[in-house]
Design a protein around this ligand. Structure first.
Ligand code: FAD
Length: 295
């Protein structure tokens, strides 16, 4: 199955994102989350690609294990950073070998400092669009890409950002997942601008309940997104109260998901950080139970 096939069925679709575990203990936590989320029958589960070394091997291994040992459809993230084209070809081949046919093609960030100077690896690729084209050229892969409703921090202006997103779709991307959203209006704006520009692949909104002001600050610093003032105020009012922060974060996410689905979002993509609880709570509040989510 491909993500394209899954998303062409009536929604709403739920998908979840995991990170490659760094050691055996983290791997156990990840498998616990996978088993808890599996009954929701998510349309796909994606596994991020680490910044370097052994984590990268674990992405390949974990994704292969999901393909062979669960009922879930895995999507493997792959980044161009630090790789030659020959290495990228080899990794894409190893995904094919373990039955992974869906790949999220990304450029990645410079290791150490995500906002630091980008330099293309000798013999490597410069933009995600090139990785989309490479992956598509190597076999029958369904390829997705990242999209940035508040524009990528390296982009100079929204029009150029949209043109570069469109280039990834022209190169063969068949779906997109957004950066973490703070407001449904940001998704609606990108969806409308994309459709007007003739870019009409499913655009999945990225969801993560933010449960503390500290976390919100770190996320916006790294992503270059504007501080969502109202959410920040609500989190400030419950600083030092973890249960209160959790309640605010979940409620904000539930309201945003409701607005997204009302606006016609094809699904909801949850950044889980390898935990299941927040995703299950949000979906429960939305009434999206396993019986409703038939894939
Ligand atoms: P690109 O699409 O290549 O864009 C990068 C910048 O270059 C943008 O500013 C773009 O506008 C510009 N650009 C593109 N084409 C051109 C051109 N032809 N000329 C001039 N400028 C151009 N990172 C990881 O390390 N591992 C992951 O697993 C991972 N998963 C992610 C999943 C999602 C859903 C998202 C939203 C991000 C993820 N990231 C991940 C982070 C991602 O790697 C970074 O955000 C990275 O900085 C941008 O990647 P991209 O694929 O969007 O790059």
């Amino acid at each position: 199955a491909t993500v394209r096939d899954r998303l062409s069925a009536p929604g709403p679709h739920v998908s979840v994102e995991f990170m490659p575990p760094r050691d055996d203990a983290e791997e156990a936590v990840l498998w616990d989350a996978i088993r808890r989320l599996e009954p929701l029958r998510p349309s796909f589960v994606s596994v991020t690609y680490g910044a370097g070394g052994s984590h990268r091997d674990r992405t390949v291994r974990v994704t292969g294990r999901i393909a062979t040992q669960t009922t879930l459809l895995p999507v493997a993230h792959l980044t161009a950073v630090g790789h030659t084209v020959a290495e990228l070809r080899q990794i894409i081949g190893s995904y094919a070998a373990v039955g992974v046919r869906n790949i999220l093609a990304l450029r990645g960030d410079p290791p150490g400092d995500p906002l630091g100077t980008w330099s293309t690896h000798p013999g490597g690729l410069t933009y995600a669009a090139e990785l989309v084209a490479l992956t598509r050229s190597l076999g029958d892969f369904c390829v997705g890409v990242a999209a940035f409703p508040e524009m990528h921090p390296r982009s100079t202006d929204p029009t150029t950002d949209l043109r570069n997103y469109a280039a990834k779709v022209s190169a063969g991307a068949e779906f997109a997942i957004t950066q973490m959203l703070f407001s449904a209006a940001d998704w609606v704006s990108l969806r409308d601008r994309s459709v007007a520009a003739g870019v009409d692949v499913p655009l999945l909104p990225g969801i993560m309940p933010i449960t503390s002001l500290g976390r919100l600050r770190r996320i916006t610093e790294l992503s270059g997104q504007a501080m969502p003032v109202e959410l920040a105020e609500r989190l400030r009012a419950v600083e030092g109260d973890p249960a209160g922060g959790r309640a605010v974060g979940i409620e904000h996410a539930v309201d945003m998901c409701r607005a997204l689905l009302d606006e016609g979002a094809p699904g909801l993509h949850f950044y889980t950080f390898n935990r299941s609880r927040a995703t299950l709570e949000v979906l429960g509040a939305l009434g999206l139970t396993p019986a409703v989510l038939r894939r």
